[in-house]
Design a protein around this ligand. Structure first.
Ligand code: PEP
Ligand code: MN
Length: 383
């Protein structure tokens, strides 16, 4: 690979470290980047930032310009989302990274985020690579969906040759014939890149697997393979995520994974400082956690109500209330509350109310449906 004039490994040089606002990528420390696939709201980003911080992560991610496979999928919140990302990162003293897709998005984000990402679909967008070479921010360059390592390194060379020496390579799975995972994580790429180049390499197991259940093992394997960091998707409520929910970890899983990474890092003579226990309990941080929990409680109540309405559609109106089932559920929750050291009286008082509102909403829904069904065919269009 003679053309790797700048990306190539020169004699005696090993992986370089890239310093960015107090964080070193490519040093002894493993860098954890986490956050949702797409920025969706300010609360979602604050909750994500809190989790990343708690896990010992250093960088908050979140896409605001989403290059989606289908033009009908959520395309990102643009400028508004960028503000949520930057604000949330600031609240937790984290760095931020977001993807750019063209000259305009690069212009918009470059002075606001700490790191710029070029995604897999744009790895060979040479004009964008040259523009990224003109900015003074580190660039995470993801490997193209079907790019060879040589093509990927040459893409990095474009950025370097345009004047930006701060490139971090990110392996995120390549397309193979194997359909059980979204892509195939090429872990050998880490060793190959390190043999050929001085650029730090991180691993994104989320886009590689496309499935939450494989993220723990792939992340650990990535550290064992010599990766300098991990980029992992996590969402406060993956079931409701507007993109990549099935591969996104729940916050508690993200923190648990980080806790388990500490030992793996140590075993390969690297460092990962899991911060979970060091979480400082200031009045402000405690209040912010309570606010986030309250929001989650209301969101869950709303999701429950929607399910209850759906159930109501399948029942006869005179069978809507089922007292035995309610008693059973309350008993189960009382047992759980006792295990969790929550006063069972709370469950006894709250749940009858939740049931009552559920039943009322089922009845209202059914009456409205029956009324609509009885409307003469032409009435809705005749106004
Ligand atoms: C992403 O990180 O949000 C993303 C779109 O990843 P990729 O470019 O690897 O598909
Ligand atoms: Mn994604």
């Amino acid at each position: 690979m003679n053309d790797l004039k700048l990306a190539g490994l020169t004699l005696g040089k090993s992986t370089i470290s890239i310093e960015v606002n107090g964080v070193t990528i490519g040093g002894k420390e493993i860098i954890l980047i986490g956050g949702p696939c797409a920025v969706e709201s300010s609360a979602q980003m604050s909750q994500s930032a809190e989790t990343v911080k708690m896990a010992g992560g250093k960088i908050l991610r979140g896409g605001v310009f989403k290059p989606r496979t289908s033009p009908y999928s959520f395309q990102g919140l643009g400028r508004e989302g960028l503000n949520y990302l930057v604000q949330a990162a600031k609240e937790q003293d984290l760095l931020s990274v977001t993807e750019v897709v063209d000259a305009q998005s690069l212009d918009l984000v470059v002075d606001k985020v700490d790191i710029v990402q070029i995604g897999t679909r744009n790895m060979q967008n040479y004009e964008l690579l040259k523009l990224a070479g003109n900015v003074n921010k580190p660039i995470i360059l993801k490997r193209g969906l079907s790019a060879t390592i040589e093509e990927w390194l040459l893409a990095a060379e474009y950025i370097l040759a345009s004047g930006n020496s701060q490139v971090i390579l990110c392996e995120r799975g390549i397309r193979t014939f194997e359909p059980s995972t979204r892509n195939t994580l090429d872990l050998s790429a880490v060793g190959v890149v390190k043999e050929l180049s001085h650029l730090p390499v991180i691993i994104d197991p989320s886009h590689a697997a496309g499935r939450r259940d494989l993220i723990f093992s792939l992340s650990k394997a990535a550290l064992a393979a010599g990766a300098d960091g991990l980029l992992i998707e996590m969402h406060p409520n993956p079931v409701e995520a507007l993109s990549d929910g099935p591969q996104s970890l729940y916050p508690a899983e993200f923190v648990q994974l980080a806790c388990e990474l500490e030992a793996v890092a140590k075993s390969v003579d690297r460092v990962f400082a899991f911060d979970g226990q060091k979480d400082k309990d200031t009045l402000e941080s405690l209040r912010s956690k309570v606010n986030n929990l309250d929001q989650t409680i209301v969101e869950l109540l709303s999701a429950r109500m929607q399910l209850v309405r759906k159930i109501g559609e399948q029942k006869r109106l005179d069978r809507v209330k089922d007292s035995n089932r309610e008693k059973e559920i309350i008993q189960r929750l009382i047992d759980l509350a006792e295990k969790l050291q929550l006063p069972s009286e709370l469950v006894k008082r709250i749940y009858p109310l939740i049931f009552e509102f559920g039943v009322q909403s089922q009845i209202k829904n059914r009456i409205a449906e029956d009324r609509d069904a009885k409307q003469p065919f032409f009435s809705s269009g005749s106004k």
